[in-house]
Design a protein around this ligand. Sequence first.
Ligand code: AMP
Length: 593
Amino acid sequence: MKFSLVADTLKYMENTTKRLELTQYLVDLFKLTPPDIISKVVYLLQGKLRPDHEGVEIGIAEKIAIKALSKSSGISVAKIENKYKDIGDFGQATAQILEKKTQTTFLSQDITVERVYDTLYKISELRGTRSQDMKMKYIFSLLNDATPIEAGFIVKIITSNLRLGIADYTILDALAIAFTGSKENRPVLEHAYNVCSDLGKVAEAVANNGTESLKDFQVEMFSPIRPMLAERVKSPQEAHEKMGKEIAAEYKLDGERVQIHVQDNKIILYSRSLENITNYYPDIVENISKSLDTKKVILEAEIVAINEDTGEFLPFQELMHRRRKYKIAKAVQEYPVTVNFFDVLYINGKSCLDSPYKERRKILEKIVKEDSFAKVIPMTITHTDDEVEDILENAINSGCEGLMLKQLDGTYRAGARGSNWLKLKREYRNELGDSLDLVIVGAFYGKGRRTGRYGALLLSAYDRKTDTFPSLCKVGTGFTDENLDQFYQILSDKITIKKDPRIQSGLEADVWFEPEVVIEIVASEITLSPIHKVAQDKIRKGSGLALRFPKFTGRIRFEKTSENATSIDEIVILYNNQKRVIQDEKRPNFKNM
Ligand code: AMP
């Protein structure tokens, strides 16, 4: 299949933000794609080669791509960089640079999707000292044979600059329309996707055999299941209204969620965003089998850092010390953890997703042999608001965030946020009542003690409808010196020459970043703002929303992708709730009259 078909589709898609049009372009492309390469097309459309959990990364720095482009076009690196800066889009800059060249040479051969994919795959496998040269060679060969438009998209894919504003569900819609004739069938595709977390695999199955093959998509070992999420409730009453009388209450521990796949000696750990995080936890790999009375199982747990002397749970940020490439053994010694199981998704060849919570819980209690390293999160069956309130109090006193409330008959709804699980945190009157997970999009250089580091960060929420990152606040408090160093380090990889077009803010940051790092923020209030752009014009014309007195809590939410950041809708709800609290307070208090 000619790569030009993909490139043309990408070009049309870049020129629209309307979801219906985006979907239609995808439908047209999928219909033209032979089923045996549809998975490759789906991965490329997402700027990937394989699903995230397989950890296959193209990983080309912009600098290398610019060098290859310079070699292919005969134009100097400095000139290319300037062009890129002027245009602000690497793909368009590449296309314009190569435009001149194609007028003087003739193309040697058509490039195909297979060739692009296979070359990128080879690049992803390169390791070692000579790998940079080899990468250059491969990119050079592709750029040489590609048309300017194709080359533009190739450089965008390899440098992770392809941003089409399409989420997984848009691709699922398009696959449903292209291969089953109707969007109505999307739930069947979605179910298969939630079970295997591999859009390419779902695409291949539906393109070959329609929905039939999807119905019996099974849970497989080492193919992570999309995690079930919880809805927020504000009180035990609200939980009882949603769940009925009998509710299972578990402590909500403050750690990192992990999906553990164990088959004999093979153990893989997946994070909440389904990244393979096995390397950070060699102690879990070494010890976990001793705590399990089974050899083939998929479990979910919360990893929590502990103080080994006292057995106390430590705050989430202690786990950040485990996120490193080198000296892991030292980090394991210094920052010990416990594994706290809360669910079982598969055991000995059988999926447990359709079993009710109470049965899964029974299995879990049977197979986990508790010791100081592995535990089952305690659970109490409650019937009244007071009981829930008491357990919440105990949970908070033991350093937990709150409670997870679970419907006893509820199945495990992979990939869904629903009312089978509810989270109940302590409410603070006059404060926002909950923290926000925001994306770092820019930074301002520090002064005084912070010279040479960032003094403040610009943070955005995520707008799912438009795939944009409107800013919500500038934050400069809550950072320790260690945090400041850490941010400087983490963010240095994310700097972009120009502001990503998806970022919207009335502030001009000193440095702009790829919107990728998510951090947790608390604040005292949400106010209207002429500068920040969340919910722009929705509440008052000419205003967006902003946080008042924002403060970093110390948590980098490295398990969250920027699409999991707090959404605009959630912020509008918090804004409206807060208005209600203020109005309630102003109401006359009859007792005092
Ligand atoms: P949130 O990240 O605020 O949406 O809360 C959901 C998260 O709570 C899950 O992703 C888990 O990491 C965590 N968690 C802690 N304790 C439990 C528990 N007992 N059951 C389920 N999830 C839990």
